[in-house]
Design a protein around this ligand. Structure first.
Ligand SMILES: *Cc1c(COP(=O)(O)O)cnc(C)c1O
Length: 473
């Protein structure tokens, strides 16, 4: 890229002479809707610090376009769901074709071609040893399914005392009550704690917590001792260990070395507990391999998939498990061993078709290789930020990169959370045409795989300016 790159501006400023359709839709929205993960008062025009609500008219590739023509680069893949761009023509065509054939059918006693083909394809590409696919309709429901199936497996084997789960500090698995039970992000969990179960939280191998001078691997292996100690003490009452392989996403894009995962697999075998790999966010190429588990050469007992599985088109999830789990439920009806978990939209045909087409893109195109080059570009452009006086760490795993903002670099003292520095970065970047959505004070990048090198440069330049704006007193 030449020196003139800094003058590039992908964002089109809205035409101020026209009446703002964006403002109209925003006002109508705020009169009737209640948005997720949002203090709605932030959108009110009360104290000059209004957070804009941005209705989107259409999407194309990595870009979102509002009703006034304003453009936003989707640096977070719309909550990590979008892989191949908004309104991706290939996935859209497949869904349109499916629409005229079958939209949905009850999935108990009935089935359909996209659902069958998708299960075959998932088992073909997943880590070896997985043999059965159970569908859900969102990420949290996949977690509920895996937790219930694991518990029920042990019960069917006569080991009903295995009722607890081991989860990691800083882990996130969704916000329905079962998924929230094994989540350790206070923002989501603290308020509802009285409603939740009682998991055993073990220290995460999170590389941000390593000792000065220690490398990711040494730190990860040291943390494995904590897991061993927990299992030595609790394995008799533990059904499964649940983890996000390689990157704890919602907990702040905290990353760790694959050696820990390999060690965890050995511990789970040794102590007879299941391993649930929640690849809802990291699956489908995010970490540099199709599944993150591949980097540790392990196969979990349950693999939970969602988000990118439909390319970001439709809500859907799948839980893959092995034959020995399946066999523990397979019995005479009267034995009462069947797995009971049913969502009305289980196996939705449109979602299955979108997922099939998404997987076909992985088959037909060198996605993982292309991502390697894009990830390298992102790495190079982000590197200078490591020297910023308010940046404690720049870290990256494949197509996920994060910049950890702190008040004091030397002591890694965070900003007071009430200062909402990350939100300042969000507002600044949005005004410059980039959708960032920092997790607290962690500014991260998880762009669609169709992002171009030039767009990466633009994204990082806007982020750098937004970080400067956010940390200025
Ligand atoms: C998003 C996410 C979930 C929950 O998925 P939803 O579809 O939002 O319910 C679970 N686990 C991980 C790791 C996630 O990132």
């Amino acid at each position: 890229m030449g020196a003139d790159h800094s003058k590039m501006n992908f964002a089109t400023p809205p035409d101020s002479t026209r009446r703002s359709l964006k403002a109209d839709w925003s006002a109508r929205d705020l009169a009737v809707l209640w948005h997720p993960c949002t203090q709605m008062r932030d959108h009110a025009d009360l104290d000059g610090a209004r957070v804009p609500l941005t209705p989107i008219a259409r999407g194309e590739g990595a870009w979102l376009v509002d009703h006034d023509g304003g453009r936003y680069l989707d640096a977070v893949s719309s909550w990590w769901t979008n892989l191949f761009g908004h309104a991706n023509p290939r996935i859209a065509a497949a869904v349109k074709d499916q629409l005229d054939k079958l939209e949905h059918v009850i999935f108990a006693g009935f089935s359909h071609e996209p659902g069958i083909l998708l299960a075959e394809e998932l088992l073909r590409i997943a880590p070896k040893g997985l043999a059965r696919v159970f569908y859900g309709d969102n990420g949290s429901s996949a977690i509920e399914i895996a937790l219930k199936m694991s518990f029920h497996y042990w019960r069917n084997l006569g080991r009903a005392g295995k009722t607890r789960f081991v989860a990691l500090s800083g882990g996130y698995h969704g916000e329905t009550l079962g998924a929230l039970t094994v989540t350790d992000v206070p923002l989501y969990r603290a308020t509802y704690a009285p409603l939740l179960g009682d998991p055993i939280f073990v220290a995460s191998p999170d590389c941000y917590e390593r000792e000065p001078g220690e490398d990711w691997q040494a730190h990860a292996l040291r943390r494995l001792a904590d897991m061993r100690a927990a299992l030595e003490r609790h394995a008799h009452e533990v059904s499964a260990v649940i983890v996000e392989p390689l990157v704890q996403c919602a907990g702040g894009m905290r990353m760790y070395h694959a050696a820990w995962l390999a060690g965890l697999r050995r511990l789970c075998d040794e102590f007879e507990v299941h391993l649930i790999a929640d690849e809802i966010a990291v699956g489908f190429g995010r970490t540099g391999t199709l599944f993150a588990c591949e980097q540790a050469s392990i196969t979990p007992d349950f693999l939970c998939l969602s988000k990118g599985i439909t390319g970001g088109f439709l809500p859907f999830s799948a839980v893959l498990t092995n034959a020995s789990v399946y066999d523990a439920f397979y019995a005479e009806y009267a034995a009462g061993k069947a797995f009971l978990h049913s969502h009305s939209y289980t196996g939705n045909a449109l979602a299955c078709r979108a997922a099939l087409e998404t997987l076909a893109i992985f088959r037909d195109e060198p996605v993982i290789e292309r991502n390697r080059a894009l990830a390298q570009r992102l790495h190079e452009r982000l590197a200078p930020l490591a020297d910023h006086t308010h940046v404690a760490e720049v870290r990256q795993t494949g197509m996920i990169a994060a910049v950890e903002l702190v008040r004091d670099k030397a002591t890694r003292t965070p900003f007071a959370s009430a200062e909402r520095r990350g939100l300042r970065a969000y507002r600044h970047a949005l005004a410059q045409g980039v959708l960032l959505r920092p997790l607290g004070d962690v500014v991260y990048f998880m762009p669609p795989y169709v992002i171009t090198p030039d767009e990466i440069d633009f994204m990082v330049e806007v982020a750098a300016r937004s970080i400067d704006a956010a940390v200025a007193s």
